[in-house]
Design a protein around this ligand. Structure first.
Ligand code: ZN
Length: 489
């Protein structure tokens, strides 16, 4: 792993040296070489070291059914892995993180998020159809440079970490070139977050053009497995007709094209994700023999009982993005959490995008609970603990990484958050699950640890430069406005 990284760096140095022969001056070299290596696999910006520490005295929610909870409890971490979890761990001469007054739990796992759209906040309006998320992102997406993609993804990840999200499924359906892919992957690597990069098509790509499978294979070769924090998949265009307001711009492909794209992913051993807004495509996919445990679908609004039985049988998962789904008209369906859980379908939670709402896993759980109570209620009892499980362990199951994250289980990687319970909106705290679902907000996130690296502590980033993330996002958004001549005349 380390050797691969070093050899990659050596190769880059070699390429630079060759470039030096072809140019007349060092200045010209810098101008020519920089774009080629601005985003590339290999070592990125320095991250905090994975050390050894123990979190002491927290209210520990392991989300591991065999371990249960500890109040108070300790968590011992060494070299990126959870070593022990318990009531009081006997370890000395290691760094101590005071967990008193906090809930210690696995970081949230966000299973569907278009990080590349994070720059579009100045352009969208939730209450004006023509300025909605779909028309804005499809209009501005084609103008994005790799640098824009990097800045957008980095902004989204910064928000994810701020909100306690330690794993993100980056649903990148605007991969305009290999360098755009490298840019988004670089943002993930440089921030230290865990995640899957779902390599997608580009906005505006012709529906009769297959996905760039050579590009996907190249990313697999260059970037995977790295240090194990990033994985790879593809995001598929839709099959059938979009039915959401302002929709139709995301690519709608024939079942033959689906077969071709998915076949390419499967030949590389990569998982697949697809939106299912509008008419449900499940029967079409089933009849084509395409459904399997490597498929994740998004937005369960219109599934039938027969379709849910198929999803259960095939091991297909569904990601719900309740914050945005709750804004859709009931004519395009309702959030079918109870129906999916009752059928035994794998379910997880996601943010979708952060253009006209923020990343708030607490609000996602809260909306889901409210809508469940509103529509279903006692007919299918839903506990607050199950909602926290959906936002953590079930997300890891959905992404196929539950062996590595999603619960505080010894042997898993240390993806841990501390949520302050002494803040005004949380105190005096009672049942911790009730507090998380009913009361908490991202500002209560005190500490964020990913793969044993402490990436955020007392509300400050350890690796990301907050001011730079903000400034460069603002500059990129302003430049996009000019390039795209937004708003349209
Ligand atoms: Zn989406």
């Amino acid at each position: 792993m380390t050797r691969n990284r070093l050899s990659r760096r050596t190769m880059l140095k070699g390429a630079t040296a060759l470039g030096a022969l072809a140019v007349a001056s060092r200045g010209a070299l810098a101008q020519q070489a920089a774009p080629a290596t601005r985003f590339a696999a290999g070592p990125g910006a320095p991250l905090p070291a994975r050390g050894e520490f123990v979190i002491r005295g927290a209210s520990v929610l392991t989300m591991d059914p065999s371990l249960g909870d500890f109040a108070p409890g300790d968590v011992h971490v060494r070299d990126g892995a959870i070593v022990a979890v318990g009531g009081q761990i006997d370890v000395s001469n290691v760094q101590v993180l005071d967990g008193r007054g906090t809930i210690c739990m696995p970081g949230f796992v966000d299973t569907h998020w278009h990080l590349w759209t994070s720059l579009f906040r100045p352009f969208v309006r939730a209450d004006v159809g023509a300025l909605g998320y779909f028309p804005v992102s499809s209009r501005l997406g084609p103008h994005m440079t790799p640098e824009d993609s990097y800045r957008a993804a980095r902004l989204g990840i910064a928000e994810a970490l701020s909100a306690g999200v330690t794993t993100v499924h980056n649903w990148a359906h605007n991969v305009r070139s290999p360098e755009h892919a490298d840019a988004e992957l670089s943002a993930m690597r440089d921030s230290g977050i865990r995640g899957r990069f779902a390599y997608g098509p580009a906005q505006g790509m012709p529906d009769d053009q297959p996905m760039d499978m050579a590009g996907v294979a190249r990313v697999k070769r260059d970037w995977m497995p790295g240090d194990g924090t990033l994985t790879l998949g593809i995001c598929s265009r839709n099959v059938g007709a979009l039915n959401v307001a302002g929709g139709g711009a995301r690519g709608v492909i024939t079942i033959d094209m689906v077969r071709q794209d998915w076949g390419g992913a499967r030949a590389l051993g990569l998982p697949i994700t697809m939106h299912t807004s509008g008419a449900s495509p499940i029967m079409v996919l089933e009849q084509a023999g395409l459904l399997g445990p490597d498929v994740q679908l998004i937005h369960a609004l219109l599934t039938t009982a027969e379709e849910r039985a198929i999803l259960k049988a095939r091991g297909v998962s569904y990601s719900l993005a309740p914050t945005g789904e709750a804004r859709r008209p009931s004519s395009v369906g309702v959030i079918q959490l109870a129906e999916l859980l009752e059928a035994g379908v794998k379910v997880s939670l996601s943010t979708d995008h952060t253009t006209n709402y923020n990343c708030d896993p607490f609000v996602a759980m809260r909306i889901l609970f409210a809508l469940h109570q509103h529509r279903v209620g006692a007919k299918f009892p839903l506990t607050v603990k199950r909602l926290v499980q959906l936002a953590t362990l079930d997300g890891a199951v959905d992404l196929g990484i539950a062996g590595r994250t999603g619960s505080l289980t010894p042997g898993k990687r240390a993806d841990i958050i501390l949520v302050r319970t002494t803040d005004i909106n949380m105190t005096p705290v009672g049942d911790p699950y009730e507090a998380l679902v009913s009361l908490a907000q991202p500002s209560n996130i005190d500490t964020v640890i990913v793969d044993g690296r402490i990436l955020r502590r007392s509300g400050s980033f350890a690796a990301l430069d907050h001011a730079r993330v903000v400034r460069e996002a603002q500059e990129a958004a302003a430049a996009l406005r000019e390039k795209a001549k937004w708003p349209p005349a």
